[in-house]
Design a protein around this ligand. Structure first.
Ligand SMILES: *Cc1c(COP(=O)(O)O)cnc(C)c1O
Length: 407
């Protein structure tokens, strides 16, 4: 008999997640995950599903009946939008200003679509004027796809302007809201966006592995009118998924990841209890405090102020400072996870995420204090303590303003 290696229960280390996702879960969400499994057609489960769809519509600010969580991470929501909406030969304008726009392009190609790429410098938002020019040059465009909040750079694009242009030229829109949902305003109905997807583990601070999606009536009409054969993915074919998540029927499609869905129900409930606008304001407030601190340390943002995501702060790594050493030290000595740069920005930027439950004052102060100490040890010249003082100053200014508004 071969001797089995002695394995013990897995206990993850306690970290503070301040990177590009996942984010920390609220204790209420963690507790929900430990509830018993029940059947996916249990009446209690079905009631929870209906509430989940309602909470999701609130988060997305939409009345779209077809709003539900896909079983799978944000990438599954992305792929579901493309495989259902893009038929072979369909012309799709893909806006690419970071990693995730590049993945959209991959999806269009794999669906047999004809991509037209709008390339934008990484760190910049998508330029609506460039989109308009491309739409004029390509009047047969069926779909415009873009990322609202580019997590690889920290830039937010003007979703309203881009959706308006697409609609004016008769094209549908696919919008990536993975990092924006719950952190900055996502207004699906006001934008009149057609297919949107998000992820459970960014500003919703839930366990990874679920992707809230929402489809407009125009999008559903396009799926129903497909003339070039079935959706190539059985698992993601909306016509089939609807048998379980739709308005009228509840039949087996696949076994729903029950406990993850309870957790999403709880995290969306937390968002509703806080109020969307309060959640957006909290992300903004903590971003401003972090920014004051980072700038007091002499660090500079990658993205211009008007397009900066409060939940994803990208700063240039100072000259002569080793990227990996800083990230390793933060993780090993302070239990803080931050994000590295991707693609052309690898080794050039750090990405500090303040997403969902991670977006809290104590985390801003912890990060500034730890980063200042680590950089100091590496010989980076700055006024230790100035960063925290600047952040405290930003919070005080905010409190003073709030008090003035009240009186
Ligand atoms: C994280 C992310 C995704 C992918 O989500 P996963 O859950 O990792 O599959 C897609 N788009 C953006 C903008 C993201 O930040």
């Amino acid at each position: 008999m071969t001797q089995a290696k002695r394995i013990t229960s897995f206990h993850p280390p306690r970290r503070t997640l301040l990177g590009p996702g996942p984010s920390d879960m609220n204790p209420r969400v963690i507790a929900t995950l430990a509830q018993p499994v029940i059947g996916y057609l249990d009446p209690a489960f079905v009631t929870m599903m209906e509430e989940l769809k309602e909470l999701m519509r609130y988060a997305y600010q939409t009345t779209n009946p077809l709003t539900f969580p896909m079983s799978g991470p944000g990438s599954v929501g992305m792929e579901a939008c493309f495989v259902n909406l893009v038929e072979p030969g369909d012309k799709v304008i893909v806006c690419r200003n970071g990693v995730f726009g590049g993945r959209m392009l991959e999806n269009v190609e794999r669906c047999g679509g004809v991509p037209v790429v709008l390339d934008e410098t990484w760190g910049e938002p998508v330029d609506p004027e460039k989109l308009e020019a491309l739409l004029k040059a390509n009047p047969d465009t069926k779909i415009v796809a873009f990322v609202h909040a580019e997590t690889s750079t920290g830039a937010q694009s003007d979703a309203q302007a881009l959706c308006d242009l697409a609609r004016k030229h008769g094209a549908l829109t696919i919008v990536d809201c993975v990092t924006s949902l719950g952190g900055t305003p996502v207004q699906v109905d006001a934008w009149q966006a057609d297919a949107v997807y998000s992820g459970s583990q960014k500003c919703l601070s839930c366990t990874p592995g679920l992707s809230p999606v929402s489809f407009s009536e125009r999008a559903i009409a396009k799926v129903k009118a497909r003339s070039k054969g079935k959706v190539q993915s059985w698992f993601m074919d909306l016509n089939l998924v609807l048998a379980y998540w739709g308005e009228t029927s509840r039949t087996y499609h696949h076994t729903a990841p029950g406990n993850s869905l309870y957790a999403l129900h709880e995290s969306l409930l937390l968002l509703q209890e806080e109020g969307l606008e309060n959640a957006w304001a909290r992300h903004q407030r903590n971003h401003e405090a972090l920014k004051s601190g980072l700038e007091a340390m002499g660090l500079q943002y990658l993205v211009k102020a008007s397009a900066r995501l409060p939940q994803l702060n990208s700063v240039h790594i100072p000259e002569g400072i080793d990227d990996l050493t800083v990230r390793k030290t933060l993780l090993n000595d302070y239990n803080i996870e931050i994000g590295a740069g991707l693609g052309p920005l690898a080794g050039k930027i750090w990405r500090f995420g303040l997403m969902g439950y991670s977006s809290r004052q104590e985390n801003v102060l912890l990060l500034l204090s730890a980063l200042s100490a680590v950089l100091g040890e590496m010989g980076y010249k700055h006024d230790a303590g100035a960063a925290e003082a600047a952040a405290h100053g930003a919070y005080s200014a905010h409190h003073a303003l709030a008090a003035k508004k009240k009186s």
